[in-house]
Design a binder for this molecule. Sequence first.
Ligand SMILES: *Cc1c(COP(=O)(O)O)cnc(C)c1O
Length: 390
Amino acid sequence: MFPRKDLFALPEGIVYLNGNSLGPLPKSVTPRVEAVLTQEWGKRLILGWSECRWMEQPIRVGNQVARIIGAPSGSVVMGDTLSIKIYQALAAALEMRPKRKVVLSDTGNFPSDLYIARGLLSSLDKGHELRTVAPGDIPERINAGVAAVMLTETDYRTGRRHDMESVSRAARDAGAVMIWDLAHSAGAFPVDVAGCGCEFAVGCTYKFLNGGPGAPAFIYIRPDLTERAVPALSGWLGHETPFAFEADYRPASSIERMRVGTPPVIQMTALEEAMRIWENLDMDELHSASIALSELFIAEVEARCDGLSLAGPRDPALRGSQVSFTSRHGEAVIQALANRGVIGDFRAPDTMRFGIAPLYLDETDILAAVDALEDIMSSHIRDGRLSNMP
Ligand SMILES: *Cc1c(COP(=O)(O)O)cnc(C)c1O
């Protein structure tokens, strides 16, 4: 079943280990986007909104995403970017727990999520506090003062995962609202948002879902709570009847209340087409393939490359679809790899990240990446310094 390299327009001679940051271009996206430009926008003009069903696209694509994160149809909608969706989810969560003043997150969270939270709390000016603790301390720090637990399931630096099930349960037991950011989870392995019972989930679609740079984000609300989730960004397309142009805002009764303004149709079309890859794909099989490639990568690197330490969990069950190593030469090594067509990335101060996406990677790619890494580590490090970098 894997890989499905034929579906992607990857450049010749490249081993792409950065799909955890920006997934590659699925071939079928190009003609589909061309058609939306020339046939839809070009020929139908404003009629495209109804005749080409652009207006329903955010909910239609939301249903494609729902399938792979274990959410029921009609509980996910697309739009804006992940930073905005975090804002909406957290604002709605705080409205649900007006007496509680703590937002609990962890120090491994992606900075934008924490920046957005701080910005929201300060503009609310109701005495809230953002409390960030070590990831492992989260369960014991959830208490009756916590309004919302806001976590990214998979750490963007090390791939370490939280246990969505048990953390969501701890939040529920303490009466806190649970918000999961699935940026590095959606499309990487099976996710069960409905099963874990969380109130909100959000994520982006340009990483493992290959929706393209700037692809719209998603937001999920647990269906029984939709009508209790107050939209902080009360734009017209989240209105119950946007085209009645009423004087007063009335949120839609459905998940569409989390829509804000006009959707980015061209970008959404690229994503909708990219999401078709997932229609006949078994997430458990994808995950097994990811684990097999990751384990191979780790074993080969540890056997052949000195000076690199595995960052994050060794147990694949605790790790997302990426492998990170630390090295004090990390930045130079990532650059040297890129010069040889092996694309990973670097996160300061010392982390080299490698996304493992079995849709377009196989064992040959992994071994080629390790060959390059071994050569760089063995022939270009002298006296603890990198020299003669190719
Ligand atoms: C990638 C990522 C983001 C990026 O947010 P945008 O608004 O899409 O730029 C935010 N949060 C997390 C956890 C991420 O991994």
